[in-house]
Design a protein around this ligand. Sequence first.
Ligand SMILES: [Zn+2]
Length: 267
Amino acid sequence: MTQSNGKSQLSKRWRADIKDTINEYNFKLEATFDSILTSNARHKCEFCGQPLRYVANIIGHLLNKTTGSALPNNQFYKIGLDCLGLVLGTSWTGYNEAQRQIKVLKTEAAIRARKEKYSERYSKMILWLKDVVELTNNSFLSGMLKILTTGNTVFSSKMEDAVKKCARNKDKFDVTTLRKHRLRVQDILANIQGLIEMIKEGDVISEGDTNNTLIFVESVYKWVQDKNYITEKQSAGLKKVRSRYVVKREKWASINREYKKRCEIPY
Ligand SMILES: [Zn+2]
């Protein structure tokens, strides 16, 4: 250990000061935390005195010198990661676990920081993306929106360029046009839903094709729902089904009238 490093000099002193403590207690890792998330944001390492961001709580159980068993007299310390290794040794049982937990805390802190930064820097882009994603289900843009609103990963300049390129593409991603298109699609879906009900009603006079027709119409419904448009072929198919079922319904209505007439009590 070099003397020029202030921390190493300090560590020499701690070693002398706490050597006895280390020998007298059996230390365990109790918890780790990010001090920024606690109301008392100023934490200092109890071994080196340096201010801490990521804190490990360790608890020492006093050992009975003669039997080696732990006594109920406990010692608690708040300590930094560097000191854990320096004071207790990297082979100490809690060392790797503390390192792992602090890595998680750092990852979570980075995510929170990115989320905050993005919500400010890209506030307009986020609003635009929310509209477009809601109207198009575009998976790329929905992925970009997720990154910007969660901060779960870095929003790269390449991603930024790609999103801006989409925003310039008025043919595909103009919000006003998309809203009008959405209304048309909703109309189409409502029509198909009506047809589905008509077919189900027609089941009463099933002529054998109801099931396949229903499967076809429901598949078109799902397709339009997913893709946000209808093909000419699908549209023509639905028209045929509709006219067939209009005839069926009229037939059923006349049969029904006949049936009712027959059931009428003649007195
Ligand atoms: Zn320390």
